[in-house]
Ligand binder design. Structure first.
Ligand SMILES: C[S@@+](CC[C@H](N)C(=O)[O-])C[C@H]1O[C@@H](n2cnc3c(N)ncnc32)[C@H](O)[C@@H]1O
Length: 273
């Protein structure tokens, strides 16, 4: 698709000539809400790092496990930050399968993600969608979309799935996570998944892909387990703490192979005491 061709689902104000985080991710997940400019960069990165498809699927699988974990502990309302373009297994599908009255607010900066979320959620009164920069915590928590749906006297499940590696240290990701922690009531949960490796584990074969993505789409900050632990400080982490994503509450032993122990990404769920 060239930039003169705008599909019906694409809002009028988006730049069709620039790749976006959300649309590139959608392409890697096998979705259809992306443009030639997204696919070009996505394919280039994928050629250098073929394991990437499995990496993004692992982030989605972690999202589902984390939401089910929170549901099992009574959480019935969720704030999904950097929610992306809806694809199979969205938070409201998982939550409302467990309890049809469960409430979800999706928040993303990307116009395609927001437009598509609104389109598929029309008529679902327990879900709101908000286009916003989630680094502005006050604007998020005071927004009508959040206030109308979420009860701040009851636990909230806050989700930051594959989000924080887009927030460099210079933009104070620790302060952002802490501000969400302060905003939600005791008993709330936070789930974080994050790209990263332990020190010394970075594979030089990934250098070109990192350069292509950082230049073409967005700068990414890879963090070690210890750095992710620092991000979620102040939450009581549930066992096993910050773990390689496939090793966080795996659903089957088949998921726990050697690759899982080297997986380039971490996940954690914590509870606000
Ligand atoms: C890698 S995608 C993950 C999407 C989704 N969480 C998932 O797991 O499928 C990251 C998302 O974060 C969004 N994002 C990045 N920075 C953001 C910001 N400052 N505010 C809101 N959304 C942001 C992007 O637009 C993108 O949709």
């Amino acid at each position: 698709m060239d930039s003169g061709e705008r599909p019906s689902w694409a809002p009028g104000d988006i730049d069709l000539g620039r790749p976006s985080i959300a649309r590139v991710y959608d392409y890697w997940l096998g979705g259809a809400h992306n443009f030639a400019v997204d696919r070009a960069v996505a394919d280039k990165v994928l050629a250098d790092v073929p394991v990437l498809r499995s990496v993004v699927l692992n982030h989605r699988a972690f999202l589902r496990r984390a939401v089910r974990f929170m549901l099992a502990r009574g959480v019935r309302q969720f704030l999904d930050l950097g929610s992306g373009i809806p694809t199979v297994g969205n938070v409201h599908e998982i939550a409302q399968a467990a309890d049809p009255s469960a409430r979800v607010v999706y928040a993303d900066i990307d116009p395609v993600a927001v437009a598509h979320s609104r389109a598929i959620l029309t008529g679902n009164e327990s879900v709101n969608v908000l286009q916003i920069d989630v680094r502005d915590v006050e604007a998020v928590v005071k927004s009508p979309e959040v206030r109308d749906l979420l009860d701040f006297d009851r636990p909230i499940g806050v989700l930051m799935i594959a989000l924080l590696h887009f927030v460099p240290d210079s933009e104070d990701p620790h302060g952002i996570v802490a501000a969400y922690r302060d905003a939600v009531p005791a008993g709330s949960y936070l789930a974080v998944s994050h790209a990263g490796v332990e020190e010394g584990e970075w594979d030089p074969a990934w250098d070109d892909a990192r350069g292509t993505y950082n230049r073409g789409v967005s700068e990414m900050t890879y963090r070690s387990r210890r750095e992710v632990e620092a991000l979620v400080a102040g939450f009581d982490l549930v066992e096993p703490g910050v773990a390689r994503l496939p090793l966080w509450h795996p659903e089957s032993l088949e998921d726990v192979d050697d690759d899982a122990h080297r997986f380039p990404g971490f996940g954690a769920v914590g509870r606000k005491a």
